[in-house]
Design a protein around this ligand. Structure first.
Ligand SMILES: Nc1ncnc2c1ncn2[C@@H]1O[C@H](COP(=O)(O)OP(=O)(O)O)[C@@H](O)[C@H]1O
Ligand SMILES: [Mg+2]
Length: 382
């Protein structure tokens, strides 16, 4: 397989100047007074991407994902190292990149096209497809400053996928649109995959990475800490996030651990359509409230279900706690599934504790359907 992207020893150092309040005269006499601080947003990043591969890039906020993509797209010059690309590239960088706010959607399509090396004639040829994909027929002559962020992304995505790129680079933006439009983008990405194009995808959504990437890399404070199969990379990403949460708590207190799961019946076996009860044991060194997250995965890494964590609040006392969980009317077909269990902060995203593959769930099913879940179906001949 030929490599279409080669990233070699890439580092990016930002120098941030903290100017003191100065008079104009002082500023002219001592142009660089005030302190400056260097910050390594990326350190020694190395990886290659083969033609037709879809690479996911994950990492906490500020880990350097956008900086890396900007270096790959040539928007930023890396401090050291080199990047080689084979083929033409279209990028959807962070919101705000690319479009001229005063110009209409139409003019921006032409502008963006010319930035990607398209002549006016070439843009004419794809224009209708771009507008149709973006669903902005009625707004295409409106200045984009009046667009919502969702509309903005729709137009940018529509251009990027219609300019026929060999490499498509997408930073976060998929999360902006509504769900229906997201699904449409993902359909288009899948078509790109079938056509053998190469895709780099930065996203917060582990599900999206699982659903579409062949491989993922994990960034952590500018270092690449994993490069490998998606399931493995996501596990490392989660463990690192969790490590951060624990390390950064003042005084080192506030540790919650999920010690394990135990089923009263002694096994995690359940018949299709019936329910399974089990207990999760959590230990903490102070009282803590959180929501319990339960995920069920197939062995091939497909998320079958995540519960509504907000509907599963728990309050833990210092010491050992047992929390009862019931999975009702399990609709799975026979096979072995993995259970992940986590505790998240009531307000949302911070993971207080996480246990990957806390138990394997064995599902027994006598019927003859195959797949992951049973969908009742009937056939009538008229
Ligand atoms: N132009 C810049 N000048 C100084 N620091 C920057 C600049 N761009 C990004 N950074 C810093 O580099 C780090 C990585 O940023 P970024 O690549 O945007 O992270 P991510 O996309 O993973 O959230 C952050 O700490 C950010 O503040
Ligand atoms: Mg970013």
């Amino acid at each position: 397989m030929t490599n279409v992207i080669e990233v070699q020893d890439i580092s990016k150092r930002f120098t941030i100047h903290h100017e003191r309040n100065q008079t104009l005269k002082e500023r002219i006499l001592h142009p660089r007074s005030g302190s400056s601080e260097i910050f390594d947003a990326l350190s020694d990043i190395n990886f290659t991407v083969a033609q037709g591969e879809t690479l996911g890039i994950v990492g906490h906020n500020g880990s350097g994902k956008s900086t890396l993509l900007k270096c790959i797209c040539g928007v930023l010059k890396p401090t050291t190292g080199q990047i080689r690309l084979r083929g033409n590239l279209a990028a959807l960088l962070e919101l705000g990149a690319g479009f001229q706010h005063e110009l209409s959607g139409r003019d921006n399509v032409y502008l963006y096209g010319s930035m990607l090396g398209f002549t006016r004639k070439m843009v004419d040829a794809i224009f209708d497809d771009v507008v149709a994909f973006s669903e902005l027929e009625h707004f295409i002559d409106t200045p984009v400053k009046f667009y919502s962020s969702g509309m903005y992304v729709r137009l940018a995505f529509a251009v990027a996928v219609n300019v026929n790129p060999d490499i498509l680079v997408v930073d976060e933006v998929l999360a902006v649109g509504d769900e229906r439009f997201q699904a449409k983008c993902i359909d288009r990405i899948r078509r790109f995959q079938r056509e053998g194009r190469t895709i780099l995808l930065v996203t917060h959504q582990a599900d999206t990475v699982r659903a579409i990437c062949d491989r993922a890399i994990v960034l952590d404070h500018g270092n690449m800490i994993a490069d490998g199969p998606v399931t493995e990379a996501l596990r490392i990403f989660r463990e690192r996030l969790l490590g951060d949460v624990i390390d950064h708590r003042p005084g080192g207190s506030g540790v919650v651990t999920i010690d394990g799961l135990s089923a009263p019946s002694g096994s995690f076996e359940v018949r299709h359509g019936s329910s399974l009860r089990f207990d999760a044991t959590l230990t903490c060194d102070h009282a803590v409230s959180g929501n319990l997250v339960i995920e069920v995965f197939t062995r091939t890494g497909l998320l079958v279900s995540r519960n509504d964590a907000e509907a599963s609040p728990v309050t833990l006392r210092p010491g050992v706690n047992k929390v009862g969980v019931e999975l009702a009317n399990v609709p799975l077909l026979d096979g072995v599934y993995d259970l992940n269990v986590g505790l998240v902060e009531p307000q949302g995203a911070t993971m207080l504790a996480w246990r990957e593959k806390a138990a394997s769930l064995q599902v027994l099913y006598d019927g003859r359907s195959s797949g992951v879940v049973a969908i009742e179906s009937s056939v009538t001949q008229w």
